[in-house]
Design a protein around this ligand. Structure first.
Ligand code: SF4
Length: 447
């Protein structure tokens, strides 16, 4: 039996930070209409999957989860299952054929119609709301957030680029930015609510353009950091072509903007970047990296990489390894290419690198990157870092986990510290992904 009643809902979120932020918007919209969140899917009358279409693996996971929900629906009559986000936006009506468990579909621009869709299901329909709305930014909706330490603030949606491998232009539509004043208002509320860290989000966050006065992302970041001077400010994800000198100088000038830039490169070869339609060469990327390093002392860089994209030759792969060795990223999100239907690459390029070759190249990239990460992390042993404690460590209730402003994960003895406190930690050991240390003295309390 559903203990929570028909008007309770549970959201299962797949994918990126944008999707998690959207789940907060969905929660707020449903609560406004009298629905309430359930503790678990077992208690819910409505289960929503907020989906991601970027990786093949993510779509497979959604299909597996729908099979599980199909079984659950047989046992729980009246349970409603909706699929929201990028996958239904992309697959449209075809999505219904994936699983008989699906009752309705809602694309990323149609969350305001969720209550109507639920009513239509109760009236015996199988509705699909998958229209793009180039004006929808969900302005005025106060998202319901998980946790009380770090908050995500979407500042723009969609993407005007057309990277050949990427589904985002087809699932999230054209770029549109939130008004400057509304972002600042949201940040003000987060400060008043006691959040310690604010991350500005967008598919292509540094192409932000204020729809009212045309102010750019550097101006927004500067204003946010002034509005929240005691909070850490982060942003994600940036496109290399939109890294401006003004933005880099803003990061350097404002002490509370974290010294971390995630700058996806995807390949170390200009020929591959051309085929990927990334809009810049590897020389231009290296120039941006040099500018960032020159202007922001101690900055940490991370990236995304794809092995085995269409037409990739051994020398292109070697160029990627060379780039890794030269730049020495702290961390990279590394994948081998899998074709996403409907993308520019799927329509115009041949997926011609054999899977075994893709996997071998990916493994070489991972091995090299892990070695670099480990060397960089080992190099911090004996130093003192400032950490914002986030939560209990996964391994032990006697330890906390937090991050440096450079986004390195640190695990340390809990002692008397609480999540939300800032403290100094002496690093005593390290793996390729985690620093381990001891707290030095009492927390640096934020007033
Ligand atoms: S910049 Fe490229 S990879 Fe990023 S969301 Fe836009 S199309 Fe996708």
């Amino acid at each position: 039996m559903r203990t929570g009643g028909n008007n309770t809902f549970y959201i299962h979120t797949f994918g990126c930070q944008m999707n998690h932020a959207d789940s907060g918007i969905i929660t707020a919209l449903l609560q406004q209409e009298g629905y309430s969140p359930a503790e678990s899917e077992d208690d819910a009358g409505i289960i929503l999957l907020n989906t991601c279409a970027v990786r093949e693996h993510a779509v497979d996971r959604i299909e597996n989860y729908l099979q599980h929900l199909h079984g659950l629906k047989k046992r729980h009559k009246g349970l409603i299952v909706g699929v929201a986000g990028c996958v239904p936006q992309f697959q449209r009506q075809d999505m219904f054929s994936i699983s008989p468990a699906i009752d309705f579909l809602a694309g990323p621009d149609t969350y305001r119609s969720l209550p109507l869709l639920i009513e239509q299901v109760r009236a015996g329909l199988k509705p699909a709301a998958v229209e793009f709305d180039s004006a929808e930014t969900y302005e005025g909706i106060d998202p319901v957030r998980q946790g009380s330490i770090s908050a995500f603030v979407p500042v723009m949606r969609g993407c005007n680029n057309m990277c050949a491998f990427c589904v985002v232009p087809f699932t999230r539509g054209r770029e549109r930015s939130h008004p400057f004043s509304s972002v600042i208002g949201e940040v003000r509320q987060l400060v008043a609510s006691g959040y310690r860290e604010i991350t500005l989000l967008g598919q292509n966050v540094n192409s932000y353009c204020d729809p009212e006065e045309g102010r750019n992302f550097a101006a927004l970041l500067d204003a946010v950091s002034c509005e929240a001077p005691k909070q850490r400010i982060r942003f994600s994800t940036s496109h290399p072509k939109d890294i401006s000198e003004a933005l880099v100088r803003t990061i350097a000038d404002r002490q509370n903007i974290c010294n971390h830039v995630h700058l996806p490169v995807q390949s170390g070869s200009s020929r591959m970047l051309g085929l990927m339609n990334r809009g810049h060469s590897i020389e231009e990327y290296r120039e941006k990296i040099a500018l960032i390093r020159e202007v922001i002392p101690g900055v940490v860089l991370t990236t995304d990489l794809i092995a085995g994209f269409c037409g990739e030759e051994e020398e292109d792969h070697q160029a990627t390894l060379e780039l890794l060795s030269d730049v020495r990223f702290d961390l990279a999100y590394m994948f081998f290419y899998s074709e996403r239907p409907g993308t520019l690459a799927a329509r115009t390029l041949e997926d011609d690198v054999p899977e075994a070759v893709k996997k071998r190249r990916l493994q070489e990239i991972i091995d090299l990157q892990n070695t670099i990460s480990e060397e960089l992390y080992q190099g911090t042993i004996g130093t003192v870092v400032e950490v914002l404690a986030e939560s209990e460590s996964k391994r032990s209730s006697q330890q906390l986990m937090g991050r440096t402003d450079t986004n390195r994960v640190v695990v340390f003895d809990r002692e008397h510290f609480q999540a939300g406190e800032r403290l100094h930690v002496l690093i005593t050991s390290a793996t390729s992904a985690t620093l381990i240390g001891k707290p030095l003295h009492s927390g640096i309390h934020l007033s």
